[in-house]
Design a protein around this ligand. Structure first.
Ligand code: KIV
Ligand code: NA
Length: 262
């Protein structure tokens, strides 16, 4: 299968083929998602929570994002790899934002970056696109703004959301993640903008879907939001494996002669 490009995603929208996206943070899971035919792999700053065990995404650094994006890129042959720009890597200054975005392509093997925000970051998106960096926008419930939103809240201001979507599309974004917004608003945005919408907690009318890998594989050890679903139980399987290993060592059935060098 040919590798997925940003223009391929726009074609999928036009043809009505759903875009399948997932997050991944390391080599083995990126390789498995790629092999399973996932179209887009996002190295999300959600890794701050699901991998690092922090309480939100704010502490994640550029260095950490590049490290994880490198591991993911090494596992991927077909999927489009998108690097997620961490808090404070693009908000303060447009030049700094372009430089940081470029590092995901230059050093970490990503083909695109994602950043949070609507009209307020459209100038930044345009500067990145002008520099040859494909950008995925992310509007609605934007976790880096958790303190400004007063918590992780569904965003319902239709006029603002629609305006944000148009502004990021006009700025040259190749796609938009719609997170935590009512389905009818996501439907309207999906119909009005020319670029593909990727939903998470945004209803059934988006051009594609993204989930956090740990949620869908059953590796989320904390709160499971309403919009997600466990498609496998790796937590249960992992506990089984660790316990079986512990039992075998304790009872002396592992290692056995087959695992020993004479
Ligand atoms: O960091 C992340 O995983 C994300 C997706 C949920 C869109 O931004
Ligand atoms: Na993110």
């Amino acid at each position: 299968m040919a590798s997925v490009s940003t223009t391929h995603l726009v074609k999928m929208k036009a043809e009505g083929t759903k875009i399948v996206a997932v997050t991944a943070y390391d080599f083995p899971f990126a390789r498995l998602a790629d092999e399973a035919g996932v179209d887009v792999i996002l190295v999300g700053d959600s890794l701050g929570m699901v991998v690092q065990g922090q309480k939100n995404t704010l502490p994640v650094t550029m260095e950490e994002m590049l490290y994880h994006t490198k591991m993911v890129s090494r596992g991927v042959t077909r999927s489009l790899v998108v690097g997620d720009m961490p808090f404070l890597s693009y908000q303060a200054d447009v030049c700094e934002a372009v430089r940081n975005a470029g590092l995901f392509l230059k050093e970490a093997g990503a083909a695109a970056v994602k950043l949070e925000g609507g009209a307020g970051v459209s100038e930044t998106i345009r500067a990145m696109v002008d520099a040859g960096i494909p950008v995925q926008a992310h509007i609605g419930l934007t976790p880096q703004s958790v303190h400004a939103m007063g918590g992780y809240r569904i965003q319902r201001d239709e006029n603002r959301l629609v305006d944000d979507a148009h502004k990021v599309a006009e700025a040259g974004a190749f796609s938009i993640v719609l997170e935590g917004i009512p389905a009818p608003i996501a439907r309207r945005i999906t119909e009005e903008v020319g670029i593909p919408t990727i939903g998470i907690g945004a209803g059934v009318h988006c051009d594609g879907q993204i989930l956090v890998m740990h949620d869908l594989l059953g590796l989320n050890l904390g709160y499971m939001p309403k919009f997600t679903r466990m498609f496998a139980d790796l937590k249960g399987e992992s506990l089984k494996g660790f316990r079986a290993y512990g039992d075998a060592v304790r009872e002396g059935s592992f290692p056995g002669p087959d695992h020993s060098y004479q």
